[in-house]
Ligand binder design. Structure first.
Ligand code: GTP
Ligand code: MG
Length: 195
């Protein structure tokens, strides 16, 4: 499976712009700059989501329609923890994400991206606690693993798992740069949606 047939369905700055409920949704969440849009592009095999070295690039919730055996929506959420953004902007972000996560019936899975170099930081743990308090299934996926030498990856993973991360399955290690783990993640989505 080298790419999926995908299209950008909708860009929402407010809840009333969310597409109608129906198709199962897999939402990609994580700190600003962790690589959400890059991973999404790698998954869909197109450069559709905006990638930037400046944190805080994605400000809207972007819904992508994916045509696989079981059609679903991939949802690119704006990143959190971008400190230099104004308080008002952070509040607007929080309200938009909250409205999506709290009320969305079609939300099947949250994929929580964590930078493999840093592990879970304070606001990552806050997100994990919040998501599990709402009983939304969540898979932890590490990004940018190309930045860590192969021989060190297993040890780092064991350390992170022991430190208590929340994930419905073993975390997947990915790189949007060299495409490690992308097929594995696609396969995970396929079997998860088929359950
Ligand atoms: P926001 O939209 O601001 O929340 O950021 P984002 O999480 O969507 O991150 P984005 O995909 O825009 O990537 C941020 C930066 O990290 C860019 O410079 C990317 O090129 C880089 N990056 C993303 N994924 C990888 C990866 O797997 N490996 C490496 N080396 N760099 C990556
Ligand atoms: Mg982004």
């Amino acid at each position: 499976m080298s790419s999926w047939k995908t299209s950008l369905l909708c860009t929402a700055f407010e809840p009333r712009q969310f597409p109608p409920e129906g198709f199962p949704e897999i939402a990609i969440a994580g700190r600003s700059n962790v690589g959400k849009s890059s991973l999404l592009n790698a998954l869909i095999g197109q450069k559709t989501a905006h990638v930037s070295s400046k944190p805080g690039k994605t400000r809207s919730i972007n819904f992508f329609r994916v045509e696989t055996e079981i059609p679903f929506h991939l949802v690119d959420l704006p990143g959190y923890g971008f400190a230099s953004r104004s308080k008002t902007e952070q509040e607007v972000w929080k309200r938009l994400i909250e409205r999506y996560l709290v009320n969305r019936e079609s939300l099947a899975l949250i994929v929580h991206l964590v930078d493999f170099r840093h592990g879970l930081l304070k606001n990552d743990r806050e997100l994990q606690d919040w998501v599990s308090s709402m009983e939304i299934p969540m898979l932890t996926v590490f990004t940018k693993i190309d930045k860590i030498a192969r021989g060190k990856r297993k040890g780092e993973l064991v350390k992170y798992v022991k430190s208590g991360l929340k994930s419905i399955d073993m975390p997947i290690l990915t790189s949007a740069e060299d495409k490690t783990g992308i097929d594995e993640l696609r396969g995970f989505f396929g079997s998860y949606l088929a359950e």
